[in-house]
Ligand binder design. Structure first.
Ligand SMILES: Cc1cc2nc3c(=O)[nH]c(=O)nc-3n(C[C@H](O)[C@H](O)[C@H](O)COP(=O)(O)OP(=O)(O)OC[C@H]3O[C@@H](n4cnc5c(N)ncnc54)[C@H](O)[C@@H]3O)c2cc1C
Ligand SMILES: *[C@@H]1O[C@H](CO)[C@@H](O)[C@H](O)[C@H]1NC(C)=O
Ligand SMILES: *[C@@H]1O[C@H](CO)[C@@H](O)[C@H](O)[C@H]1NC(C)=O
Ligand SMILES: *[C@@H]1O[C@H](CO)[C@@H](O)[C@H](O)[C@H]1NC(C)=O
Ligand SMILES: *[C@@H]1O[C@H](CO)[C@@H](O)[C@H](O)[C@H]1NC(C)=O
Ligand SMILES: *[C@@H]1O[C@H](CO)[C@@H](O)[C@H](O)[C@H]1NC(C)=O
Ligand SMILES: *[C@@H]1O[C@H](CO)[C@@H](O)[C@H](O)[C@H]1NC(C)=O
Ligand SMILES: *[C@@H]1O[C@H](CO)[C@@H](O)[C@H](O)[C@H]1NC(C)=O
Ligand SMILES: *[C@@H]1O[C@H](CO)[C@@H](O)[C@H](O)[C@H]1NC(C)=O
Ligand SMILES: *[C@@H]1O[C@H](CO)[C@@H](O)[C@H](O)[C@H]1NC(C)=O
Length: 488
């Protein structure tokens, strides 16, 4: 990421004018003000064309577009701005209305965060950025401007056709709307302090309206998915552990290992996903994986980025939750996590779990070289540069069907991470990092970034959102004002 465009709060004069407008809105008296007022002030501000109300087919479509059914809350209305200026108008209007009624709002881009309330709201307005989803390539500076509502598949399809690619982690310019209604750029020269904070700091500062990604020329890639039976587990764990240690000298390669149990098949399978960013068949760095016999299916091939991405789609239509931990790249942690996968399959089977369900456990290498590259690119908030050893990022993922079993499945996830964390501590293989994108709401990613980064996020939230709009009016997401004591 090169830079971002972001929205700040409106100036005091504008705020006052709209406040008076809202207060004199004839159809409300102090006695009958309700949350419906929050949508009506948006209508009054001339934004009626952007609003979707319950009962409309388009409203139901947007509710249903949240990937996890658990996140499909029903806001008082959705508002769908088409550009940064409209985002600014929506935010200013809602902030101004606070003087009359305590309007709450949510911010949603692709709506993939699984837990309820992170990106949506009951009794409030959801600002849905889904229409700001374009990808524009600028040859003059090798940059692609990407809207926050874009999906990676759409981005890759656009770029594949031009024989270029972008890596999510290398974004460098971001457009952001702040709670003042101001639209500002953040990059390594303009608002560099905000830019750094945005890389990992979640929605504590403003609303990002454009990401500028650095692109690079690419030919085709090698990769795909190889599926194996459960009984190859010991060899897979060792190959994954060793692969993580090899990344520093093999920067083109990546590998992810997924253990997936589904109640429909009553079996655990192992899904290995490989991507090698050069058109080379079976590169040597994968030899240890490729020597494991007995695969069930193998799609390895040379192809483009969008084709590879499409293959990793996960089934929608469930209630889902992710939980995450990070550990040292120690084989005992891999073994323990999969022993626990097996025992939790039995525990869930023995519970009142109804309908179809899935338990999936995933390992992603997080070698020390990643943090070094991030620092070279200007740094971020994750704090991984505090550690000089190879790490592994672990995710446990539960999917189920019954709305009245949310608590049951969340309790399995919470218990799983607590037990695995205790084991990691007991053998000295623990690491405090919590990857925000995979964290459940009971986890504390911002505190896991370390004191220096925690302090920076706090300072930037105060500097760019002095009224605390994103702390009090936007309850969803990981809030710096609610984070625990930062971990050293
Ligand atoms: C099937 C699936 C596959 C996944 N694969 C990966 C993967 O390969 N790698 C990975 O890292 N993660 C992955 N994830 C996790 C996913 O990346 C995160 O959930 C994702 O980054 C969320 O982006 P989103 O646009 O969907 O955000 P949303 O869920 O819409 O929002 C997330 C949070 O950010 C806030 N927010 C949203 N837009 C803005 C904005 N424009 N400005 C400020 N704040 C905003 C929201 O209020 C919310 O708190 C996956 C998730 C799913 C469901
Ligand atoms: C609020 O009450 C006033 C006075 O009784 C009435 O005119 C108005 O229509 C009501 N507004 C709403 C939104 O119910
Ligand atoms: C952007 O969103 C619109 C409306 O949902 C959709 O029709 C269009 O296909 C999307 N564009 C891309 C590139 O995904
Ligand atoms: C790249 O060029 C485009 C078009 O001139 C411009 O809008 C954008 O801000 C530039 N991006 C960067 C990162 O310089
Ligand atoms: C990417 O590869 C797929 C599968 O081979 C193909 O259908 C598609 O046209 C390719 N896209 C581009 C832009 O080359
Ligand atoms: C900012 O980033 C650009 C693009 O990566 C780079 O060319 C420039 O040297 C950087 N400037 C500073 C001050 O780091
Ligand atoms: C997978 O294999 C392990 C032994 O390695 C076993 O304990 C477990 O029950 C198996 N899982 C399934 C779903 O068969
Ligand atoms: C998967 O099995 C098939 C059939 O035995 C074999 O041809 C292929 O090479 C195997 N793939 C891998 C990645 O080992
Ligand atoms: C569970 O999955 C099976 C097989 O896909 C399907 O036939 C069945 O209808 C599903 N059960 C429920 C409750 O949805
Ligand atoms: C909203 O109003 C409440 C109550 O008057 C006040 O405490 C809070 O500071 C206001 N928030 C903003 C962002 O103005």
């Amino acid at each position: 990421m090169y830079s971002v465009e972001i929205l700040l709060l409106a100036t005091a004069a504008t705020t006052l004018a709209s406040l008076q407008r809202a207060e004199t809105h004839a159809s409300y008296t102090p006695n009958n003000l309700t949350v419906a007022f929050c949508c009506e002030v948006l209508e009054l501000a001339g934004l009626g064309d952007l609003i979707l109300y319950p009962g409309a087919e388009s409203y139901d479509e947007r509710v249903g577009s949240y990937w996890s059914e658990a996140a499909q809350l029903t806001p008082t209305c959705f508002v769908q701005p088409r550009d940064a200026v409209e985002v600014a108008q929506v935010v200013s209007t809602l902030v101004e209305s606070n003087n009359t009624y305590p309007c709450k709002f949510a911010v949603r881009s692709a709506g993939h965060t699984t837990w309820a309330g992170s990106n949506n709201i009951e009794d409030g307005v959801t600002i849905d950025l889904g229409l700001i989803n374009n990808t524009i390539y600028y040859a003059e500076n090798s940059t692609a401007g990407v809207g926050p509502g874009a999906r990676w598949l759409g981005v890759y399809k656009t770029l594949d056709a031009l024989n270029i690619a972008a890596a999510g982690g290398r974004a460098g310019t971001v457009g952001v709307v702040l709670s003042s209604g101001a639209i500002v750029d953040a990059n390594n020269e303009t608002n560099p302090d905000l830019f750094r904070a945005l890389k990992g700091g979640n929605n504590n500062f403003g609303i990002v309206t454009r990401f500028d990604l650095e692109v690079f020329e690419t030919t085709l890639l090698w990769g795909g998915v190889v599926v194996y039976p459960n009984d190859t587990t010991p060899a897979q764990l060792q190959a994954l552990k060793n692969f993580c240690d090899k990344i520093e000298s093999n920067p083109y390669g990546s590998a992810i290992g997924i253990w997936q149990f589904t109640s429909q098949t009553d079996a655990t399978i192992i899904i290995n996903a490989y991507d090698y960013t050069a058109a080379v068949e079976r590169p040597a760095v994968y030899d240890e994986f490729l020597a494991i016999p007995g695969n069930i299916s193998d799609s390895l091939r040379i192809t483009n980025m969008s084709d590879l991405t499409q293959e990793l789609e996960q089934a929608a239509g469930y209630r889902d939750s992710f939980f995450t931990l990070t550990f040292k790249n120690d084989i005992r942690m891999y073994e323990k996590a999969i022993q626990m996968h097996n025992s939790y399959v039995e525990l869930i089977k023995a519970s009142e779990a109804a309908g179809n369900w899935t338990l999936q456990d995933m390992f992603q290498p997080l070698p020390a070289i990643f943090a070094k590259h991030s620092v070279e690119m200007g740094g971020n908030m994750l704090g991984l540069d505090r550690f000089d050893e190879n790490l592994v990022l672990w995710q446990t993922y539960l999917a189920w069907q019954a709305p009245d079993q949310d608590d049951l499945f969340h309790s399995f996830g919470d218990a799983f991470i607590a037990e695995l964390k205790d084991y990691a501590i007991s053998i000295g293989a623990d690491n405090p990092f919590i990857y925000l994108d995979y964290a459940y709401k009971t986890q504390d990613p911002l505190a896991s970034y370390g004191k220096e980064n925690y302090d920076h996020i706090k300072a930037m939230a105060e500097k760019y959102d002095p009224l605390g709009v994103f702390q009090t009016m936007v309850p969803g997401g990981f809030k710096i004002s609610k984070a625990g004591e930062p971990i050293k």
